[in-house]
Design a protein around this ligand. Structure first.
Ligand code: GDP
Ligand code: IMO
Ligand code: MG
Length: 431
C-alpha cells in the first residue's frame, strides 16, 4: 500500500493527466485536491483523446474510484457536463465510481462574472486567468461566505446564502465594474436543479480515505496547475488562487501529513506558460514557435497558444525543494527530437550577477536573463522506446543532466501522448 502525489513542477500543462492515467492502473482511488476547471488534463488511450477538467484522470479504469476533494472549487454545471460527456463516450460514471466532497466550495455565476470583469478592467496588466471564477470562489471560501457542496442538500440554506451573496456581489458588479446585475430566482432554480443531479455523488471524502488507508489501498493524488502557479510559492501575482504543491494534497483531501509516500514531479522536457507573468527562458520566435507547433502547445481549457521556451532547471530544482519530490516524470521528450543543440537554463543573470535561485521580487525576476548550458540533440524517433537503454545516448545524457541538476531520479519518461508511449524505470507505488 502506498500514497502517491503527482504535481506539476513548472507552470502547468506538464502532462499530469497522462501520468495520472498511467499510474491509475495501480491505484484504488484517485483524488483531485485543489484547483477547479481551470485545469485541463489530457489522456490519450488507443488514439482516443479525453480532456478532463474536474473529474480525476483515473476515471477511464472501470474499478478505480475517483474523488473530488474539499480543496477543489467545483462549478456544478461543468461537473455535470463532464459526467454527461464521458457517459456519451461510453465511460461508466455513477456514484460508485465518483464522489464529490461535501466540503468542496461551489463556483457560482457571480464568481465567473467578477473574474472576467476584473481581467477586463486590468487591460494590459491582466493575469490572463482562465475566466472560470476560480480566484473569486477561493476568496469567498477564505472570507467565510462560500457555498459548499453540502449546501446543495439543504435548499433553504442554499437560498439564504445565494441571497446574501448576491446582495454584495451585485453591488460590486454594477457600481464598480458597470456590469449588469445577476438575477436571484433563475440562479436559485438552476442550482436547485443541479443539486438534484449531483446530490447522489456528495460524500465525506476524508473519512472514506481514512478507511481506504486502513484497508491498505493505493491512493493517487492528482495535482492541478503547477508549482510556479502556487499562490504562496509561485510567481505572485501571476499565479492561480490555490496551492498546487504536494503538501496541499493533505489539506485538500483531508488526510494527515504522514500519509504521503512518493511525490512525483512532472517535468515537461521544455517550458510552457499560459497567461501573463515572468518566464526567463521564453523563446518568442524561431524555436519557441517550433516547440508550440511540434508540441501542440494550445491550452486544453481555453485553447490559447502557450508561450514556449527551453527547459528551465532553476524552476524545476525549486519545485523539487518545495514539494519534496522523490520521482521525476519527464514528458514530451519526443518534441525535442531534431533540435540541435538543446539549451538548458541552469542559472539566471541579473544586472551582471549570477543567480542560482528564482528571485522573489517580480522586478528582479522580470530583469533576469537565462544562463544556458548546451547539450547535443538527437534525430532518432524515440516514441517506440520502452526502456531507458533503448533511448539514443544523447537523449539519455539529457535525462541524466536533469537528474543530476535537480537531485532526483527520473522514474518515468514519456515520449508520446499515448498511454503506452512511456518508459517506467521505477513505479512510484513501489517506493
Ligand atoms: P496537464 O494539464 O499537466 O495534464 O497537461 P495537458 O493535458 O494540459 O497538456 C499536455 C499535452 O501534452 C496533452 O495534449 C498531452 O496529450 C500531451 N502529452 C503528454 N505527454 C506527452 C508526450 O510525452 N509527448 C507528446 N508529444 N505529447 C504529450
Ligand atoms: P493544468 O492543471 C496552465 C493559469 C492561467 C493564468 C493563471 C491564473 O491544466 O496544468 P486562474 O484561472 O487559475 O485564476 O488563472 O493560472 N492556469 C493554468 N495554466 N495549466 C493549468 O492547469 C492552469 N490553471 C490555471 O492561465 O495564467
Ligand atoms: Mg492542462
Amino acid at each position: 500500500m502506498a500514497n502517491v502525489v503527482v504535481i506539476g513542477t513548472q507552470w502547468g500543462d506538464e502532462g499530469k493527466g497522462k501520468v495520472v492515467d498511467l499510474l491509475s492502473a495501480h491505484a484504488h482511488r484517485v483524488v483531485r485536491f485543489q484547483g477547479g476547471n481551470n485545469a485541463g488534463h489530457t489522456i490519450v488511450v488507443s488514439g482516443e483523446r479525453f480532456v478532463l477538467h474536474l473529474i480525476p484522470s483515473g476515471i477511464l479504469y472501470p474499478d478505480t474510484r475517483c474523488l473530488i476533494g474539499n480543496g477543489v472549487v467545483v462549478d456544478p454545471e461543468v461537473l455535470l457536463e463532464e459526467i454527461k460527456g464521458l457517459l456519451d463516450r461510453g465511460v461508466s460514471i455513477d456514484p460508485k465510481k465518483l464522489g464529490l466532497s461535501e466540503r468542496a466550495h461551489l463556483i457560482m455565476p457571480y464568481h465567473k462574472a467578477i473574474d472576467m470583469a476584473r481581467e477586463k478592467a486590468k487591460g494590459k496588466s491582466k493575469i490572463g486567468t482562465t475566466g472560470r471564477g476560480i480566484g473569486p470562489c477561493y476568496e469567498d471560501k477564505v472570507a467565510r461566505v462560500g457555498i459548499r457542496a453540502v449546501d446543495l442538500t439543504e435548499p433553504d440554506i442554499l437560498r439564504q446564502k445565494i441571497k446574501a451573496n448576491l446582495k454584495e456581489k451585485n453591488f460590486y458588479l454594477t457600481n464598480f465594474f458597470g456590469c449588469e446585475p445577476l438575477e436571484y430566482e433563475p440562479m436559485v432554480d438552476t442550482y436547485l436543479s443541479l443539486s438534484r443531479e449531483l446530490s447522489p455523488f456528495i460524500v465525506d471524502v476524508s473519512t472514506e480515505l481514512d478507511e481506504a488507508v486502513r484497508s491498505n489501498e493505493n491512493i493517487l493524488f492528482e495535482g492541478a496547475q503547477g508549482t510556479h502557479l502556487d499562490i504562496d510559492h509561485g510567481t505572485y501575482p501571476f499565479v492561480t488562487s490555490s496551492n498546487p504543491v504536494a503538501a496541499n494534497a493533505c489539506v485538500g483531501a483531508g488526510i494527515g501529513p504522514k500519509g504521503l509516500d512518493s511525490i512525483v514531479g512532472i517535468v515537461k522536457a521544455y517550458t510552457t506558460r499560459v497567461g501573463s507573468g515572468p518566464f526567463v527562458s521564453e523563446l518568442t520566435e524561431g524555436t519557441g514557435k517550433y516547440l508550440r507547433e511540434r508540441g501542440q502547445e494550445f491550452g486544453a481549457t481555453t485553447g490559447r497558444p502557450r508561450r514556449c521556451g527551453w527547459l528551465d532547471l532553476v524552476v524545476v530544482r525549486y519545485s523539487a525543494r518545495i514539494n519534496g519530490i522523490t520521482h521525476l516524470a519527464v514528458t514530451k521528450l519526443d518534441v525535442l527530437t531534431g533540435l540541435d543543440p538543446i539549451n538548458l537554463c541552469v542559472a539566471y543573470k541579473y544586472r551582471g550577477k549570477r543567480l542560482e535561485n528564482v528571485p522573489t521580487k517580480l522586478s528582479e525576476l522580470n530583469g533576469c536573463s537565462p544562463i544556458y548550458e548546451q547539450m547535443d540533440g538527437w534525430k532518432e524517433d524515440i516514441s517506440g522506446a520502452r526502456a531507458f537503454e533503448e533511448l539514443p545516448k544523447k537523449t539519455q545524457a539529457y535525462i541524466r543532466r536533469i537528474e543530476d541538476f535537480v537531485g532526483v531520479p527520473a522514474s518515468i519518461i514519456s515520449a508520446g501522448s499515448g498511454r503506452e508511449e512511456t518508459i517506467v524505470c521505477k513505479n512510484p507505488f513501489d517506493g
